[in-house]
Design a binder for this molecule. Structure first.
Ligand code: CA
Length: 228
């Protein structure tokens, strides 16, 4: 069962969200302040965090940044709850590393739709996916190995992380910003061309013809998409 953690200090809202997510079949836990929320994220490693921005003790943006810096939690998707017109720029930018945000007040239908969308993108940790196969490519996440047509290919650390991120999100366009956050980490303020350079190197190794890529597709003006 997929686990969702709600970090929200408004008791009524937290309860309403928890009840509805439980009805949807998720295992839900709730924290009422940022510090407890962070402790639960580390202890429970939820599949998704619903994180309010305005929280006692430690605010939501700080929690999000800390989660994104920690290699053991960096992959956990986060949906932030925010007041209309406040903090939105910080949330959607690289600054926080949140996956999505919802402005208050919001309808339950919208909320559940956002949750389902994020959960669809993320393979559940409760059914761990140790490897993925796409055409003649096979990636072994646990052993950090990649095979092309049965032959192992050698990738650098970042090339592996980049390929893993792309393959985990087959068919989904990943922006350069998102790739920088997920692969290089929140702390990285480098040039977005870093992503392009690594994609070029990766294509040389995984594509049959690097000048006519069929796996790692460029989505002009946005980023990249992996085709299985
Ligand atoms: Ca609040």
């Amino acid at each position: 069962m997929a686990k969702i953690l709600i970090v929200e200090d408004e008791a009524t809202l937290a309860e309403t969200l928890a009840e509805n997510l439980t009805e949807e079949g998720y295992a839900v836990s709730v924290a009422r302040d940022g510090e407890t929320g962070l402790a639960k994220i580390r202890a429970e490693l939820p599949d998704l965090v619903i994180l309010d921005v305005m929280l006692p003790i430690l605010d939501g943006l700080s929690v999000c940044r800390i989660v994104r810096k920690d290699p053991s939690t960096v992959h956990i998707p986060i949906i932030m709850l925010t007041m209309r017109g406040t903090e939105v720029d910080k949330i959607v930018g690289l600054e926080s590393g949140a996956d999505d945000y919802i402005t208050k007040p919001f309808g339950l239908g919208e909320f559940l739709a956002r949750v389902r969308a994020v959960m669809r993108r993320v393979p559940s940790r409760t059914t761990p996916q140790n490897e993925l196969i796409a055409g003649n490519l096979r990636i072994d996440f646990t052993g950090r190995r990649v095979f092309k047509g049965g032959d192992e290919i050698t990738l650098s650390h970042k090339e592996f992380d980049l390929l893993a991120e792309l393959m985990r999100n087959q068919g989904v366009v990943l922006s350069r910003d998102l790739i920088l956050t997920k692969v290089w980490g929140y702390e990285y303020f480098g040039d977005k061309r870093t992503v392009d350079v690594h994609v070029r190197w990766l294509r040389e190794k995984v594509e049959d013809d690097a000048s006519n890529p069929t796996r790692i597709i460029t989505v002009r003006g946005v980023g990249y998409r992996f085709e299985g």
